[in-house]
Ligand binder design. Structure first.
Ligand SMILES: Cc1cc2nc3c(=O)[nH]c(=O)nc-3n(C[C@H](O)[C@H](O)[C@H](O)COP(=O)(O)O)c2cc1C
Length: 370
């Protein structure tokens, strides 16, 4: 019912406004609701769903369900207090960078409704690590919280300078010790100089230098690497092999945004008119799912996989889980279907598990390859 109201009444109104402004509106509104127990209870009444079959203990963290908010929606930690009430099982803040960044030139966001996709060109618009760590230190956690860290969107002379920026952020988060897990975002396609450096993180040498430098820090929480979508399976496996040397790398998030505008899942008209940026949602889904399968088949339990890309329904999430994802993340599904979709995905997932005779979601992880 609430989902229908969102799709038929609220969404058509919101979609009349520029996507950048609607994003800001949602953040302000979510932050406001989260600050008052009265409004949080109302959200809980409409949006909360819980089922024991969805809960897992992972790296000593209690995930009441596997559906998390992916990096890229809550850059500045505005929604920590409200997300548990709309049924999120965990959340990634960020991507956060060492220096604050105002964002790329507007529009930073666009909509491709027929393709069920969003155009993204933010370049990590965030207040910077110092300010965000200060802010969260006053906030109580109710679900596992991760922070996604990437390099500040500026020009670097070489890869060492870029790595130093990332290391400086990691030094701060590990010293503060607030977050439950870390995401290392190496795969954002919207940064100024990703193409121009000699060594890059999408090649085993550059990625190896980065992980080697990180290994000298005390990374005291599980770290997941946010991976590229459009690397071939072979090139992806080469990167995972580099990561397998480092015990602090506990897993991967598959995947980031689509760059390739010839992806057949785009509506031809929409993609022809799209501005600068890269794309989320349904065009990412199949490629992501294939990467999950390949990496799960190769490593089984050495790496934990978080499946992210084009999840709109419980069935979409279940597919990623059966291919080997232990946890799932989303953004675009929530934008198109509304906040009630999180509870609905969880509810449908619980039904699907029951139908297949599983008592707990853990039993379904990677079941295609058992
Ligand atoms: C508006 C927006 C901003 C994003 N920014 C980030 C980011 O800062 N860091 C990151 O790792 N991924 C970012 N992403 C990618 C998402 O985390 C996710 O990988 C991708 O959107 C696929 O999931 P979805 O189809 O559920 O949206 C962003 C995506 C969107 C839609």
């Amino acid at each position: 019912m609430i989902g229908l109201l969102y799709r038929k009444i609220l969404k058509p109104i919101l979609f009349l406004f520029p996507a950048d402004d609607v994003h800001v509106f949602f953040l302000k509104m979510g932050n406001f609701i989260g600050r008052y127990p009265f409004f949080r209870h109302i959200s809980r009444f409409f949006f909360f769903y819980k089922n024991d079959s969805l809960s897992q203990n992972i790296f000593n963290l209690e995930f009441t369900n596997p559906i998390g908010l992916a990096a890229g929606f809550d850059y500045n930690a505005d929604l920590i207090e409200v997300l548990p009430d709309i049924s999120f099982g965990y959340q990634a803040i960020g991507t956060v960078t060492f220096w604050p960044y105002k964002g790329n030139a507007k529009p930073m966001l666009g909509r491709l409704p027929k393709s069920k996709s969003l155009l993204v060109n933010k370049g990590f618009k965030n207040h910077g690590i110092e300010s965000i760590l200060n802010k969260v230190s006053k906030t109580e956690k109710r679900i596992p919280l991760g922070i996604s860290i990437g390099s500040t969107n500026k020009l670097y002379k070489n890869i060492d300078e870029m790595i130093e920026d990332i290391i400086s952020s990691f030094k701060k988060v590990t010293a503060q010790n607030y977050f439950d897990y870390y995401e290392l975002n190496i795969s954002c396609p919207n940064l100024i100089n990703v193409e121009s450096l000699k060594d890059k993180f999408d090649e085993p040498i550059g990625f190896g230098i980065l992980l080697n430098k990180l290994s000298y820090l005390n990374i005291n929480k599980p770290l997941f690497v946010k991976m590229y979508l459009e690397k071939s399976v072979r090139d992806t496996i080469l990167l995972t092999e580099v990561a397998s040397i480092y015990p602090f790398v506990k897993g991967f998030i598959f995947s980031n945004l689509v760059k390739n505008r010839n992806n057949p899942l785009f509506d031809k008209n929409e993609i022809a008119n799209a501005g600068k940026g890269n794309f989320s949602g349904k065009p990412t889904e199949q490629i992501t799912n294939d990467l999950i399968s390949e990496v799960y088949k190769k490593y089984k339990n050495r790496f934990l996989i978080i499946g992210c890309g084009g999840v709109f329904t419980g069935r979409d999430a279940y597919e990623k889980i059966k291919r080997g994802a232990t946890l799932v993340q989303l953004i675009t599904g929530m934008i198109y279907e509304g906040p009630s979709v999180i509870g609905k995905i969880n509810k449908d997932l619980a039904k699907l598990l029951k139908k297949d005779g599983y008592k707990n979601i853990k039993e379904a992880v990677g079941v295609y390859y058992k």
